[in-house]
Design a binder for this molecule. Structure first.
Ligand SMILES: [Fe+2]
Ligand SMILES: [Fe+2]
Length: 287
């Protein structure tokens, strides 16, 4: 049964047409939007949607990593994973705080949802629609079953996220743009952790097949997170200065980077055949 949603609505006392005027004046002058009195209803709804997707993805991502604190191969790696989990929970908390600042009851939203929920990887459900009513990006519903999966998740998904966050770094919403810098740096450390391990496993004859299997699994799943090319939702995000590139351009930037590393380390880039009608239109900012 679907959990009850908390209201996602701009409750500013300033009338919408006045907020709309203020908003465009600031955007056109190159000034950032700083609070909900400067956001039209449309801007508020789209901003809240993107920030909630990121917040829920960060929290669901942390939850999937938790077992790997103790399953990591060495004590050094247990500490590294514990630090990554701490980063992800901090990212989630930072994003929920931003949502609270614009009047959304994020704590009630979180309390009503199960971030530990995962689905059977063979299930078709994921491709059609989200498995539950939190706003996490679909990839966070899959289980991480091996150490190769864990490091591949960072190699693929944290890298994919980094490419999406590039747009947030220029966002018209000031508080998010400022917060993202620290999150971005930490995500790059996660990507580096993934790269270090994927390279190591790929160059070792005894683990190469295992890491190729993990790549075959997680690369297509990551390619699906970016949304459809030329989507109507993406155009709206761009109109408000919440995104700057087409979904497909972000996807290409990601896949070019992966291709380069795979060819250096002797891995085969898996075939990816998009089924566009099954890919969520707007794409998402993951965690
Ligand atoms: Fe991360
Ligand atoms: Fe994160």
């Amino acid at each position: 049964m679907a959990a009850e949603s908390v209201p996602i609505k701009n409750t500013s006392k300033v009338p919408n047409d006045e907020r709309e005027k203020r908003m465009w004046a600031r955007i056109q002058a190159g000034e950032s939007i700083e609070n909900s009195d400067e956001m039209s209803d449309g801007y508020f709804d789209n901003l809240a949607n993107l920030m909630l997707q990121q917040a829920d993805s960060e929290l669901a991502g942390a939850s999937g990593y938790v077992p790997w604190i103790m399953r990591a191969p060495t004590t050094e790696e247990k500490l590294a994973v514990a630090n990554i989990v701490k980063d992800e929970v901090r990212h989630a908390r930072a994003m929920y705080r931003l949502l609270e600042e614009i009047g959304i009851d994020a704590e009630t939203h979180v309390t009503r949802r199960d971030y530990m929920l995962r689905v059977d990887a063979k299930s078709d459900e994921l491709k059609e629609k989200p498995a539950a009513d939190d706003r996490r990006v679909n990839i966070f519903y899959y289980t991480i079953d091996t150490w190769a999966d864990f490091v591949m998740f960072q190699f693929c998904m944290d890298r994919g996220e980094g490419h999406q966050l590039e747009d947030v770094r220029k966002s018209t919403y000031g508080p998010w743009k400022r917060e993202i810098e620290r999150i971005f740096k930490e995500e790059m450390m996660h990507v580096n952790h993934g790269d270090f391990w994927v390279k190591r496993l790929a160059l070792d004859r005894t683990t190469k097949a295992e890491v190729q299997t993990a790549l075959d699994l997680w690369y297509p799943r990551t390619m699906n997170i970016f949304g459809r090319p030329k989507s109507a939702r993406n155009k709206i995000y761009r109109k408000y200065g919440l995104k700057f590139r087409d979904n497909d351009d972000v996807r290409k930037a990601f896949s070019n980077e992966v291709r380069l590393r795979c060819s250096e380390w002797g891995l085969n880039l898996p075939d990816w055949q998009p089924v566009w009608e099954r890919i969520l239109e707007g794409g998402a900012v993951p965690g």
